[in-house]
Design a protein around this ligand. Structure first.
Ligand SMILES: Nc1nc2c(c(=O)[nH]1)N[C@H]1C(S)=C(S)[C@@H](COP(=O)(O)OP(=O)(O)OC[C@H]3O[C@@H](n4cnc5c(=O)[nH]c(N)nc54)[C@H](O)[C@@H]3O)O[C@H]1N2
Ligand SMILES: Nc1nc2c(c(=O)[nH]1)N[C@H]1C(S)=C(S)[C@@H](COP(=O)(O)OP(=O)(O)OC[C@H]3O[C@@H](n4cnc5c(=O)[nH]c(N)nc54)[C@H](O)[C@@H]3O)O[C@H]1N2
Ligand SMILES: [Mo]
Length: 702
């Protein structure tokens, strides 16, 4: 969503700059944007379908042949074992790919399998779960109004690196700087002193996966000090008294030990936040990918709401995107309608948690996954216990991967379908405009033509749908056949909140694709506006403050309340992750300009822990868990909270036996070889990467 100004000669990129005329990103550019040409020109990018030969080598085949082969092989599996025998994984870039998204719904319906997975369940699932639970739709996600807030409490997010997540900013750093420039405050709670703390007034360490206690104490303080401000949402609230009763024991004094934060600090933060008119709590990855992911997200919503900081300027607000993906006003239950076959984890929006993917392939019986489709993902590196998934993929009868690169996941494919990509593809952001801190619309046309005959993601999807639909009894409408991404985009704009239809002239006069084309820098559609009352679609049009599943979890938490930190043995640590400015999950390591420099795949250890164990920077250490062990260099730093280790994800390229054409400077190791897929947020099924216990072993090999 950051506007780029790309100078080119029709074939080659000459320069890339941030687009100063873009009203949303205002000239901001990050290292990944600056290197987009290198990504585009990467010689290891695949350009034509690859079919695996019996000896394991790859043979280039034509597109038509490839698609009919994919269809036939998938059909054969479905005919023999049933519809659930074909699974699908949709990776992170899927949601950035408006072409593929145009047909993603049809693809799911044509596949008609329970075994659909995506990166959602190792990322933002708890946010969506709570949006559905409290506001009635999985996409009713509240976004911090960062441009107008005077108090931003950041928990488990690192926007100075990630650029804001579920908070599309088009440049987070200038927006963070502006908060302090107007006299506001930024506070960070994180087990690591992150890059974001450079833009903050204060940073406090908090022990991994104990945020739920901090938030409960904050809520207790809100009630105890009468800071409740229901404001315009009062008529919609239910369950407030029961909520007050169920949190009253969680005083700052009682949770302080467990969080590793002094009670006085918890009191002060609660007061500053609750008594600042324009304030917001912003929680992200560090809070959603942990065992209390849903509880944390629930509490943040409830606290923002009860202090008058939801759906109000400077608080958490709902966007009004130009293409509205929320197509229905009525409530529909889209969570927990069925459960995974082996472990019984709940379904979410037609998907199962990725934490169960490997076991659903490896466990025999009716409903076992025998074939897979993957799109834009590398779950061997990105999902918990990826090593197990590596083994599972090798067992499949058939696997087809739609991806631009040969990687740790796609190497298992029988067939790889590499779409046109990057500067050959036009772009509009269907999803992330829903999460934007300002309403905005921008269309970016493609710059170059793809290689002759190369297909787009959406064409591949459409062809697969046509082959899969009959067996699932999914009728393909004329609308489906007519649809292309651009047509749907235009239709979405015309019928969206900024579209206008004149009855008099019978013409659409509002926002359209034509208007966006005529305004290549994007069109500013104004700041976020209060609108919860118009979008709320729970069955009774109420916001339930205390969901029925909450009390049992609160009881379990209160039983764990103690004044002491649970003792860790000498070598035991809590593990957290880390993102870097010059990386993007598992797949930009091929770009030399991003991968260069010192090795970033290190385990960060606090100075006192390192001294105690006799570890120095650069020394190789072993980190072990139930699922495995990895060896990587230590980086000793005061930035880490004592007792906590940080390892970035997305590394682990060029591993033994893979033989991949990866040019990265620092292949590193995959942290997901040691993350445990059994550790999940039990309410949503989301992977719990943060706060897993691991052993740090010095001088031992695996
Ligand atoms: N440069 C870059 N940008 C990216 C990405 C990338 O790979 N590289 N990935 C993109 C994607 S897919 C996403 S989802 C977003 C994620 O965006 P963010 O959520 O902002 O990104 P993270 O860096 O994962 O931030 C998580 C923070 O939580 C902290 N943390 C870990 N455990 C806990 C805990 O238990 N409690 C608390 N309070 N904090 C904890 C970590 O130290 C870290 O600072 O970033 C996006 N942007
Ligand atoms: N330990 C740990 N693990 C994590 C995380 C963490 O913080 N810690 N973060 C998690 C998060 S938030 C996420 S989102 C996941 C991400 O993990 P995945 O969903 O597995 O996605 P990526 O690693 O981003 O891999 C993206 C793939 O898509 C391909 N690709 C890029 N663009 C396109 C395109 O336009 N079309 C097609 N067909 N392919 C394309 C790339 O070549 C690459 O192979 O990782 C998760 N894993
Ligand atoms: Mo993500």
């Amino acid at each position: 969503m950051c506007g780029l100004e790309i100078e080119h000669d029709g074939e080659k990129v000459l320069s890339v700059r941030g687009d100063k005329k873009d009203p949303f990103s205002r000239g901001f550019i990050c290292p990944k944007g600056a290197r987009i040409a290198e990504l585009h020109e990467d010689p290891s990018r695949l350009k034509s379908p690859l079919l695996k030969q019996p000896d394991g080598s790859w043979k280039e085949i034509g597109w038509t042949e490839a698609l009919s082969l994919a269809g036939a092989r998938l059909q054969a599996v479905r005919e023999e074992y049933g519809l659930d025998a074909v699974g699908m994984y949709l990776g992170n870039p899927t949601v950035h790919n408006y072409g593929f998204l145009t047909f993603a719904g049809d693809l799911r319906r044509a596949l008609k399998s329970r075994n659909v997975f995506s990166a959602t369940s190792m990322d933002q699932l708890p946010h969506q779960f709570m949006a559905h639970e409290m506001f009635g739709h999985t996409l009713h996600l509240a976004v911090p109004d960062i441009d107008r807030t005077d108090y931003l409490l950041v928990m488990g997010a690192n926007p100075a690196v990630s650029n804001g997540s579920l908070m599309s900013t088009g440049g987070a750093k200038p927006r963070l700087e502006a908060i302090r420039a107007r006299g506001g405050q930024v506070i960070v709670l994180d087990p690591r002193r992150t890059e974001t703390t450079r833009y903050a007034d204060a940073h406090h360490f908090i022990r991994p996966a104990t945020d739920v206690y901090f938030l409960l104490a904050m809520l207790q303080q809100v009630f105890a000090n009468n800071w409740v401000n229901r404001a315009h949402l009062a008529p919609f609230l239910s369950g407030e008294e029961a909520l007050r009763q169920s949190v009253k024991d969680f005083t700052p004094e009682r949770v302080a030990g467990i969080c590793g934060l002094p009670a006085a600090t918890i009191r002060q933060l609660s007061k500053d936040y609750a008594t600042t008119e324009r304030a917001v709590i912003y929680g992200r990855m560090g809070l959603s990918t942990q065992e209390h992911g849903t509880l944390c997200n629930w509490l943040i919503l409830v606290i923002n709401l009860l202090t008058g900081h939801l759906d109000r300027e400077g608080g958490a607000m709902f966007s009004t995107p130009a293409v509205n993906l929320i197509r229905r006003k009525q409530y529909k239950k889209t969570y927990g309608r069925y459960h995974s076959r082996v472990r019984g984890l709940p379904e979410a929006e037609g998907e199962l948690p990725v934490a169960v993917l490997a076991e659903e392939i490896l466990t025999p019986g009716p409903g076992q996954i025998r074939a897979m489709i993957t799109h834009a993902g590398n779950p061997v590196l990105s999902s918990p216990n990826g090593k197990q998934l590596d083994r599972a993929f090798a067992e499949l009868d058939f696997m087809v991967c739609i991806d631009v690169f040969l990687n740790e996941t796609t190497r298992h494919a029988d067939l790889i379908l590499p779409p046109a990509a990057f500067l050959e593809v036009d772009h509009y952001d269907f999803v992330f405009n829903h999460l934007a801190v300002r309403n905005n619309a921008k269309y970016s046309p493609s710059l170059f033509s793809p290689a002759p005959g190369q297909w787009y993601d959406w064409q591949i999807a459409k062809a697969l749908i046509k082959q899969l639909a009959p067996l699932a009894n999914y009728p393909l409408s004329r609308f489906f056949h007519w649809s292309t991404p651009q047509r749907l985009l235009n239709l979405g704009l015309l019928t969206g909140p900024y579209g206008k239809f004149s009855k008099l002239s019978k013409l659409f006069t509002g926002l359209s694709l034509g208007k966006l084309r005529a305004n290549p820098h994007g069109i500013a559609l104004g700041p976020l506006v209060p609108r919860l009352a118009t979008i709320l679609c729970t069955p009774d049009r109420k916001i339930k403050l205390l969901p029925e599943w909450a009390p049992e979890h609160l009881l379990a938490l209160s039983e764990k309340l103690t004044d002491d930190l649970p003792a860790l043995s000498n070598h035991e640590f809590y593990l957290i992750g880390r993102r870097h400015l010059r990386s993007n999950n598992s797949w930009m390591h091929n770009v030399a300009g991003l991968a260069k420099g010192k090795n970033r795949c290190t385990v960060q250890v606090n100075t006192t822990d390192a001294e105690r164990l006799g570890i120095t920077t650069g020394q190789e250490v072993t980190i072990a868990s139930r699922t495995g062990a990895i060896r990587l260099p230590a980086e000793v730093t005061a930035e880490m909270m004592p007792g906590v280790l940080s390892i970035p994800h997305g590394f682990g390229h060029q591993r033994k036996g893979t033989n991949l054409p990866v040019a990265a400077a620092a292949p590193g190791v995959s942290v997901n070889d040691i993350t445990d897929e059994q550790l999940v947020d039990p309410i949503s099924g989301n992977a719990a990467f943060s706060g897993q216990r691991v052993q740090l072993l010095v001088g031992l090999t695996t």
